[in-house]
Design a protein around this ligand. Structure first.
Ligand code: NDP
Length: 322
């Protein structure tokens, strides 16, 4: 059907996106190499694209009729939104539908890190639980902790709400203070790190958040300090973190995200006081389906009604004209 808008599927995406788009769009697929491998006659017809992670920026110039890029995930640092905005391309992300899942994972990772529960399970499965043997007591506990959340947006707020049930002190650092929350505001990341012993990172990847959690911040957390990162690996100086763990400058870390995924520094794997997850904070079938639906719904809304449901703030492009 020549009338169906052509949508480019960039690399591998959640299969539900493809299912949800198949009826109304003509789908074309391309591997995510820097050069777009589509026939020129196809490339000039592409009006929409869907992607998970990085969208090759050079493709934008090769897709003259591209109107919208639906990006899977709430963080859209893999799409050059300035270039898209300059070309009049709307970019959409998948906010809110993953807040609960990511916040739940953050809490799970925090408890696993302070109580070493994954290690205890490994110990059991390893056949070590025999009469007279006990897994060593965890040196750390969640009880009485002071938690500082770096980023109190959609997900950070859900993490804070969950933490209320754990009777810990809750503070946060963002650039603008929120007047709708009861938590302690810290105008600086360092001043927060000095005041708390547990730091949870859930800020986006931006030039300002690059290696924001550095040696100084880790040292301010102190010897009982725990770092939890469910935001982006980009925000942590991994070399400084490895040094801080080696020297006992902080006590433990729980990481879902890494600087250069899927590469995890070998040194991090060596520490018994570190919990490592392969970027799974939103990775349940239900939540990934909800994210896939929102990607598809954005494209449907754009081509049926001329407006995107969840455009990113950098591409506030006027509604499409039919
Ligand atoms: P929001 O945009 O709702 O919140 C971002 C928060 O970060 C805001 O409170 C913002 O406050 C703060 N922030 C941004 N820049 C800075 C800065 N330079 N200094 C201090 N605070 C800053 O985003 P979400 O909560 O929806 O998502 C946050 C990020 O989490 C995503 O961008 C993504 O990278 C990551 N993520 C990771 C997942 C995983 O699988 N591990 C899953 C989902 C999300 P203010 O603007 O006032 O500074």
């Amino acid at each position: 059907d020549a009338k169906k808008p052509v949508v480019l599927v960039a690399g591998k995406v959640n299969p539900r996106i493809i299912e949800r788009l198949g009826d109304r769009f003509e789908l074309v697929h391309a591997e995510k190499h820097a050069r777009l491998s589509l026939g020129a006659n196809v490339a000039t017809e592409v009006r929409g694209a869907v992607v998970s992670g990085d969208f090759p920026t050079d493709w934008m110039a090769e897709l003259p009729k591209l109107e919208i890029i639906g990006s899977f995930g709430v963080g859209y640092d893999g799409v050059d939104v300035r270039e898209a905005a300059a070309r009049g391309i709307t970019v959409t992300n998948t906010p809110d539908v993953l807040n609960d899942e990511v916040a739940d994972t953050a809490i799970g990772l925090l408890i696993n890190t302070v109580r070493q529960l994954p290690r205890a399970e490994d110990w059991l499965r390893g056949g070590n639980w025999v009469p007279g043997s006990n897994f060593p007591l965890s040196p750390l506990s969640l009880k009485g902790r002071k938690v500082g959340i770096f980023g109190l947006g959609r997900i950070g707020l859900e993490i804070a709400r969950r933490l209320e049930g754990f009777k810990v002190a809750i503070g946060y650092h963002t650039r603008s203070r929120r007047d709708d929350v009861p938590y302690t505001y810290y105008p600086g990341l360092l001043s927060m790190a000095e005041a708390v012993d547990t730091l949870i990172c859930i800020v986006p990847k931006t030039p300002e958040t690059h290696k924001a959690i550095n040696a100084e911040v880790l040292s301010a957390l102190g010897p009982r300090g725990v770092l939890i990162n469910v935001g982006r690996g980009w925000s942590v100086d991994e070399t400084a973190l490895i040094g801080a763990l080696e020297k006992g400058i902080i006590a433990a870390a729980g990481l879902d995200v890494f600087y250069d995924e899927p590469h995890v520094p070998a040194a991090l794997m060596e520490f018994s006081n570190v919990c490592l997850l392969p970027h799974v904070a939103s990775a349940s079938v239900d939540t990934r389906n909800a994210m896939a639906d929102l990607v598809a719904d954005n494209l449907h809304a754009w081509f049926a009604e001329g407006r995107a449901l969840t455009p990113v703030p950098e591409t506030p492009i006027p509604p499409r004209r039919n």
